[in-house]
Write a protein that binds this ligand. Structure first.
Ligand code: ADP
Ligand code: MG
Length: 414
């Protein structure tokens, strides 16, 4: 058991003998002996305090997570100083739980990997300073992690997906399409020009007061919309997908949010319902907004696939599209994407929901990927800073727009 010792360092020194530790860092297989890489991953970029220990074969030896969702649901969104305080209160316990579950002592780790970009400054700061104390105390290499790179590479922990592949990351804070050519080799094809789809769904759910709906009170906004949409008719309201004339792979969700906002105000007037109460047409609105968002996401992704195939950046017949992020757990959006991948002879892969949202496993796995590739492993952490804003890879969004690829119309029968 590791015990916090504030004066001596983050954890007190483990009492195991050196020889035993040395032997534990090897894995024995009949007839062969190989060095087993073990990485501790730490994630605090937004509203989840998470940690995990993963080995180089992708085995998750231990993990722990503390989600702040419930607290932020009550305040109607993330309040950064509150998130920071909750990370501070939980990080030591979460890291200790992940290590204890893995039965790995800090001295046995090959490296410590931590999200340092992008994210909320106050949240990133907690994870980084805690990690640097651990790194200093146990004299371990440090691997700074780009949160979106980690989301993109998670699939390789589960499937033997080879580079290159296309990735669509859709969450509460992020929305991008990128071609993954290697561990830290990305081409950015498109991104949201304003808010992310999860943020839009959260705002619509709040405007619809779904937290007061008996079936949705504990759900995130996106999950509540998905749940309620099943009871509604997507064609009851005709909401046009955004950016229909822009032949690029960028996204936009704030216009859609405002359209829905005005629709809700109009319906409140018609139904004689004050703001803050649930409309009788709430399910129809949920269905329409989900359908419109799904069509928009599908169309931009379709264009990205066609662009990559046209430029021979992806295989013609064996291309892979990976979809991840909290919004990727939406089955309606997944079905819309399946229509696109079926039409373009691509394989659609999604990590399971618990690996789609923020977690420590993806950070540890990104650390393993970087260790194996020998990129970004630091033995000196002097000058290391967190970066709240940080693009992913080489931005070729303009080139994608200039190609102006026309996307054939697909029947979105979901
Ligand atoms: P971030 O950390 O960028 O906020 P996460 O990956 O933690 O995002 O995912 C949270 C987001 O995913 C929230 O915006 C939430 O509403 C959305 N979400 C979760 N489940 C669903 C779902 N079933 N359908 C659509 N959106 C969802
Ligand atoms: Mg999150």
């Amino acid at each position: 058991m590791l015990i916090l010792n504030k004066t001596a360092g983050v954890f007190s020194k483990p009492s195991r003998r050196k020889t035993y530790e040395f032997l534990r860092s090897f894995t024995f297989h009949p007839g062969k002996l190989f060095l087993h890489k073990l990485v501790l991953g730490i994630e605090t970029s937004c509203d989840d305090t998470a940690a995990a220990v993963v080995d180089e074969t992708g085995n998750v030896l231990g993990e722990a997570i503390h989600s702040q969702t419930e607290v932020h649901l009550k305040t109607g969104g993330i309040v950064p100083p509150v998130a920071q305080q909750l990370h501070r209160e939980n990080i030591q316990r979460i890291v200790q739980e992940a290590l204890s579950a893995s039965k790995v002592s800090p001295s046995e780790l090959s490296a410590i990997a931590t999200t340092v970009k992008p994210g909320l400054a106050l949240s990133l700061g907690v994870g980084l300073s805690f990690s640097l104390q651990l790194v200093e105390q146990f004299k371990k290499p440090f691997i700074p992690i780009h949160h979106m790179e980690a989301h993109a590479l998670t699939i390789r922990l589960l499937n033997k997906v080879q580079f290159p592949f296309l990735v669509l990351l859709i969450s509460g804070g992020h929305c991008l399409l990128a071609l993954v050519r290697g561990v830290s080799d990305f081409l950015l094809l498109g991104k949201s020009l304003d808010i992310a789809p999860g943020d839009m769904l959260d705002k619509v759910a709040r405007r619809l007061s779904l937290i007061k709906h008996p079936e949705c009170s504990t759900m995130s906004g996106g999950k509540a919309i998905e749940h309620l949409a099943k009871q509604g008719n997507k064609l009851h309201f005709d909401i046009k997908p955004p950016m229909q004339h822009a032949k690029n792979c960028d996204f936009s969700f704030s216009g859609l949010q405002h359209v829905v906002d005005r629709l809700i105000t109009q319906k409140e007037k018609e139904e004689g319902i004050p703001k803050g109460q649930i409309l009788s047409s709430a399910a129809h609105i949920a269905a329409a907004v989900q359908h419109t968002a799904a069509c928009h996401i599908a169309k931009r992704t379709h264009r990205a696939i066609l662009f990559c195939k046209q430029r021979q950046l992806l295989s013609q017949s064996n291309a892979v599209l990976v979809v991840s992020g909290g919004v990727a757990s939406n089955l309606y959006i997944r079905k819309a994407l399946e229509i696109v991948t079926n039409a373009t002879q691509c394989t659609l892969l999604c990590p399971p929901p618990r690996l789609c949202t923020d977690n420590g496993i993806m950070i540890a796995w990104n650390g393993i990927e970087r260790l194996r590739a020998g990129v970004g492993v630091l033995h000196n952490t002097e000058g290391i800073r967190y970066e709240p804003k940080c693009p992913l890879g080489v931005d070729i969004t303009e080139e994608v727009g200039e190609a102006a690829i026309k996307v054939p119309q697909l029947k979105m029968e979901i």
